[in-house]
Write a new protein. Structure first.
Length: 223
């Protein structure tokens, strides 16, 4: 069973008085269960559009996609995904502990389950020292850690991460890379976009390269 499978997935934006913008054209892509897959492309190539389609945030103009053989717009498919946008948004007056509790409630977790989630995720992402500080004062790196933590709530088998290392210093990039490798070793499938070749080469076995909304190449890094 593949974790992600797209068939002729396309997205076109129409604007009044202007030519249609083909943000994504006929994407056929497969991500196998249990792998780290790097999705490469320049800014504007269509990476974020693809991710928004996979997570059900926008609807395709044509084609479809499946997550673990479940159609992307179904609640069953969305329940299997943890998503981290390029610029995570939070309620600024909440703390990391309160933020994870909030998303745990959205996931339908019981109070005991939410407490267990906090204990596990806060240790994994080193959040305990900032557990009760308000997010509005956080740096970019701290916000990325909280965003990653939110994606992990509910223990989803698939993590979809949009530019997870964007704007981080070298130490922060290293931490995120190591975390992805560790979670992959625990059985999670990780699909992440990037325009930095070095990050992808270091931890991915397979990659896809998107150019102007079209998949230019897909395969193993060794090839």
């Amino acid at each position: 069973m593949s974790a992600i499978r797209t068939q002729d997935l396309s997205k076109t934006y129409k604007t009044l008085g202007k030519a249609p913008v083909h943000s994504l054209s006929s994407l056929d892509l497969t991500v196998e269960k249990g792998e780290i897959f790097g999705f490469l492309g320049r800014n504007g190539a269509g990476k974020t559009t693809t991710i928004k389609l996979l997570t059900g945030l926008i609807r395709p103009t044509a084609g479809t996609a499946f997550l673990f053989d479940k159609e992307i717009l179904s609640p069953e498919a969305r329940s299997l995904v943890g998503y981290m946008p390029e610029q995570p948004y939070f309620y600024e007056y909440l703390s990391p502990r309160e933020t994870l509790d909030f998303y745990g409630r959205l996931r339908g977790l019981s109070r005991d389950a939410r407490q267990r989630e906090w204990g596990y995720i806060s240790e994994l992402l080193d959040l305990r020292e900032i557990a009760d500080r308000r997010i509005r004062g956080f740096s970019k790196g701290m916000r990325q850690r909280v965003g990653f933590a939110v994606a992990m709530v509910g223990d989803p088998p698939l993590l979809i991460l949009d530019e997870p290392m964007s704007g981080l210093d070298p130490l922060g990039r290293k931490m995120i890379r190591e975390l992805m490798v560790r979670l992959n070793g625990m059985g999670k499938t990780i699909f992440f976009s990037s325009h930095v070749l070095a990050d992808v080469e270091e931890i991915c076995a397979r990659v896809g390269i998107l150019v102007s909304g079209r998949l230019a190449a897909s395969g193993r890094i060794t090839d």
